[in-house]
Write a protein that binds this ligand. Structure first.
Ligand code: AQP
Length: 323
């Protein structure tokens, strides 16, 4: 099956990105055709510093490669290296209903957070639909925050096929309920733009500091602690198997638990979980040529996969006027 998903280099990648998408994508690569990309055109909707965007794109490439994405086995590229996606975005724009786009929660949330309203931000879901349809993505692993965008992509594909004839594969979302929304240290959705992230490759000191600042309630030590809507519980649970989660729940429900002790354990769990990847991450960051060569190869493979879908779409809408 062709599994496809992208991530924005709009900041430093974090545990929400990792559990919602990256980790699952990397696991899929053993038995599937994996298409994974860094959506720097999307990041332009919120990042207005060119140097920062360049650096974050490179860093995100290093993160994925260090965590085990194999650029020979999979197709791994940077979105802007296959600019055909912007042409498809235009073709799709004409069947993307205004009502559909106006209902986008993500757009409304971003405006509410002070991100300037722009056509790019508004049209974000159309570019995302193009990302998926251009490469014939069948299954799209995402966090729950992207559920509506996936529905919009499906709707656009169905409308396009209905208007112009069968052109695109209708993609299916793949959302894992256990990790649907990873909370940030303030209890809101962990998000690069909310400044509440635990970064995958943070240094020891800053990671410890951030973990110790996870928001907790004021339940006295000698009372049971809540497990629902408790970011400390939810974050720790990500690193535990079923048995471990049941034990953690038991500990929270037993009077005497100190949040500070749990935070120290959580720091240890995060630090250990990513320890095997940290050396490789450092090596890659110092070997720019290797990373750039891998991305170049990935772009060539992605472009080849896109060509038949774009050609068919151009033909079906009537851009092939010479025929
Ligand atoms: N908190 C989260 N829980 C579960 N999944 C998450 N994802 C992001 N945050 C969480 C998933 O990560 C993938 C890539 O996300 P993205 O970078 O393309 O965009 P995003 O969802 O908007 O991520 P951020 O960190 O919130 O970025 P900004 O702040 O720039 O908008 C997606 O599959 C997403 O579901």
């Amino acid at each position: 099956m062709r599994i496809l998903s992208g991530i924005q280099p709009s900041g430093t990648l974090h545990l929400g990105n990792y559990f919602g998408m990256m980790h699952r994508m990397i696991n899929y690569q053993a038995n599937n055709e994996l298409f994974c990309f860094l959506v720097n055109y999307h990041a332009l909707t919120t990042v207005f510093d060119a140097g920062l965007l360049r650096q974050q794109t490179f860093n995100a490439a290093c993160d994925f490669l260090a965590l085990g994405l194999d650029p020979d086995k999979s197709v791994f590229w940077v979105q802007s290296d296959v600019p055909e996606v912007t042409e498809l975005t235009w073709l799709l724009s004409n069947v993307a209903g205004m009502g559909l786009l106006e209902r986008s929660h993500s757009y409304k949330d971003k405006i509410a957070k002070g991100i300037p309203a722009s056509h790019g931000l508004f049209a974000y879901p159309v570019l995302m639909a193009a990302d998926i349809l251009l490469f014939g993505g069948e299954k799209v692993p995402v966090g729950k925050d992207q559920k509506q965008h996936l529905e919009i992509a499906r709707d656009i594909a169905i409308r396009f096929n209905g208007t112009y004839g069968e052109t695109f594969i209708i993609p299916e979302p793949d959302i894992e309920e256990d990790v649907a929304v990873v909370p940030g240290i303030d209890g809101q959705k962990m998000s690069k733009s909310y400044g509440n992230t635990l970064e995958i490759f943070a240094d020891e000191k800053s990671l410890r500091k951030k973990v110790m600042s996870i928001k907790t309630d004021s339940t006295p030590v000698d009372e049971p602690k809540p497990v629902k809507d408790n970011p400390l519980f939810d974050l720790y649970a990500l690193f535990l198997d079923e048995k471990g989660r049941a034990e953690l729940e038991e500990r929270f429900l037993t009077p005497g638990l100190r949040y500070g002790d749990v935070k120290k354990e959580l720091f240890g769990a995060i630090w250990e979980h990513f320890a095997p990847y940290r050396k490789e991450r450092e090596r890659l960051a110092a070997d720019k040529q290797f990373v750039l060569a891998a991305m170049k190869k990935g772009a060539a493979k992605a472009r080849a996969a896109a060509a038949p879908f774009l050609e068919k779409a151009r033909r079906n809408v009537g851009l092939d006027y010479r025929n």
